[in-house]
Design a protein around this ligand. Structure first.
Ligand code: AMP
Ligand code: GLY
Length: 433
């Protein structure tokens, strides 16, 4: 594809250690352009498909030292925390090529106030909102207006937990008190947003951009609530599938034109050019799609079914984006078959859970056709994969239809066991309604 004349063998470093990073490592390791793929710190799955490096994702100095000593040509950042802390700025200062937004651009995810103000300024559809620094004023605002359902959000990063969807006024008042007075999410609650509650199906539309050119990925749908039928507490995501029939070609074009393009232009105008993954969390309302939030990285677990379907060499795309040459990349090629990813979790997640349980049946699951078991919260103990996180595995399968992909994913899930393993049983059913 692009840069055909200059193809070189590259060492690639992936930052992070979850399911998304395993999916990225697995895909990147298949590229004919890669020599070595390193993951810092990685997990038991990335240890098999790539090489783990024992450096935490927030130790920029050690990561930079490793990248220089090992001649890493491209670094790819998985999670939001190092992006918000400026890992891209730190690498670029050392003239190291890295895929991801700068600290200033990652504000789009790290500050919900920045995001909402940008959306409003760029005329991108989103829920109406008000921002408050003073909790007393926020509470007065709630008491003085009609008692309608609202959503209360902490401004900053709160691991997906800083959002409270409220049915009644008193619930909203309590959320403001907890976020802005008791500071249960710390500094993330310095400002609160009170916004209109929207209704509809949620979809994830991700795009890769170099700040000028946008390459849109296929639409996906996450499953954030812990239990079947979208009940229970919110999680990082209990499963995902792609494509979703909720977003056809026409709607996808509409989203590109009215959401992604104006956002990328607005970031450029604000002198915060956005380079990396622009992930729009959208709600498909009766008035059309509206942005719930932006993330500045691949979704986890959306990344897993997406890379399983992607046929284009991901290294070509990420490298071109990091170089600012995404216009050299044609449209992406996809496996037309849908993919479904079922997250297997530890007992107790998203609350407290224990770790260190040996995971059995991984080889049997891997032997099934069109199945890939991505690791998330796992580590190695005497060469045995054991649990080390809440979301442990993302069992992903392709199929000729969504229901066949679902069946194959759950067939693989049934082969895998450990003490306390559980998963949602209805991943992708929303597509079939
Ligand atoms: P966010 O982190 O902003 O995506 O919010 C987390 C979750 O809260 C979303 O996935 C939605 O399920 C829900 N949510 C956020 N904003 C709204 C809204 N304005 N109306 C209804 N639900 C919302
Ligand atoms: N799957 C939701 C997220 O990555 O934020």
């Amino acid at each position: 594809m692009a840069r055909g004349v200059e193809r070189e063998f590259m060492n690639v470093l992936i930052i992070g250690g979850g399911g998304r990073e395993h999916a990225l490592a697995w895909k990147i390791a298949q590229s004919p352009r890669t020599r070595h793929v390193f993951v810092a710190p990685g997990n038991a799955g990335t240890a098999a498909d790539a090489e783990n490096i024992d450096i935490p994702e927030n130790d920029f100095a050690a990561l930079i030292r490793f990248a220089k000593e090992t001649k890493v040509e491209l670094t790819v950042v998985g999670p939001e925390a190092p992006l918000a802390a400026g890992i891209v700025d730190a690498f670029e200062k050392e003239k190291l090529r890295i895929f991801g937004p700068t600290k200033a651009a990652a504000e789009l995810e790290a500050s919900k106030v920045f995001c909402k103000d940008l959306l409003r300024g760029a005329d991108v559809p989103t829920a109406d909102y008000h921002t408050f620094r003073d909790p007393a004023r926020a509470i007065r605002f709630l008491r003085e207006r009609e008692d309608v359902p609202v959503v209360v959000k902490a401004e900053g990063l709160a691991a997906g937990k800083g959002v409270v969807v409220c049915e009644k006024r008193e619930q909203a008042v309590e959320a403001v008190e907890q976020i802005a007075q008791e500071k249960i999410f710390g500094e993330a609650g310095n400002r609160v947003i009170i916004e209109e509650r929207l209704h509809g199906q949620e979809v994830s539309v991700l795009a890769i951009t170099d700040g000028r050119t946008i390459v849109t990925l296929q639409p996906a749908q996450d499953h954030k609530p812990a239990y079947d039928g979208d009940t229970g507490p919110n999680t990082g995501g209990m499963g995902a599938y792609s494509p979703t029939p909720l977003v056809g070609d026409e709607l996808m074009h509409w989203i590109e034109e009215h959401v992604l393009v104006p956002t990328v232009h607005a970031m450029k105008r604000m002198r915060r050019p956005f380079r990396g993954v622009l992930y729009a969390g959208l709600m498909i309302t009766n008035q059309g799609p509206k942005v719930l939030e932006y993330n500045a990285r691949f979704g986890d677990p959306e990344c897993q079914p997406l890379v399983m379907r992607l046929k284009t060499d991901l290294v070509d795309v990420l490298d071109a984006a990091a170089r600012g040459e995404l216009d050299q990349i044609g449209p992406l090629e996809w496996d037309p078959r849908p993919a479904v990813c079922v997250v297997m979790a530890s007992e107790g997640y998203p609350g407290k859970y224990s770790k260190g349980h040996p995971i059995r049946g991984l080889d049997e699951a891997a032997a099934l056709t069109d199945v890939k078991v991505f690791h998330a919260g796992t580590s190695l103990r005497d060469k045995q994969a054991v649990t080390s996180g809440g979301r442990v595995l993302g069992v992903t399968a392709l199929g000729d239809s969504i229901s066949k992909a679902k069946l194959q994913a759950y067939t693989a899930v049934k082969k895998i066991r450990w003490d306390g393993a559980w998963c949602r049983k209805d991943i992708s059913d929303k597509a079939m309604r």
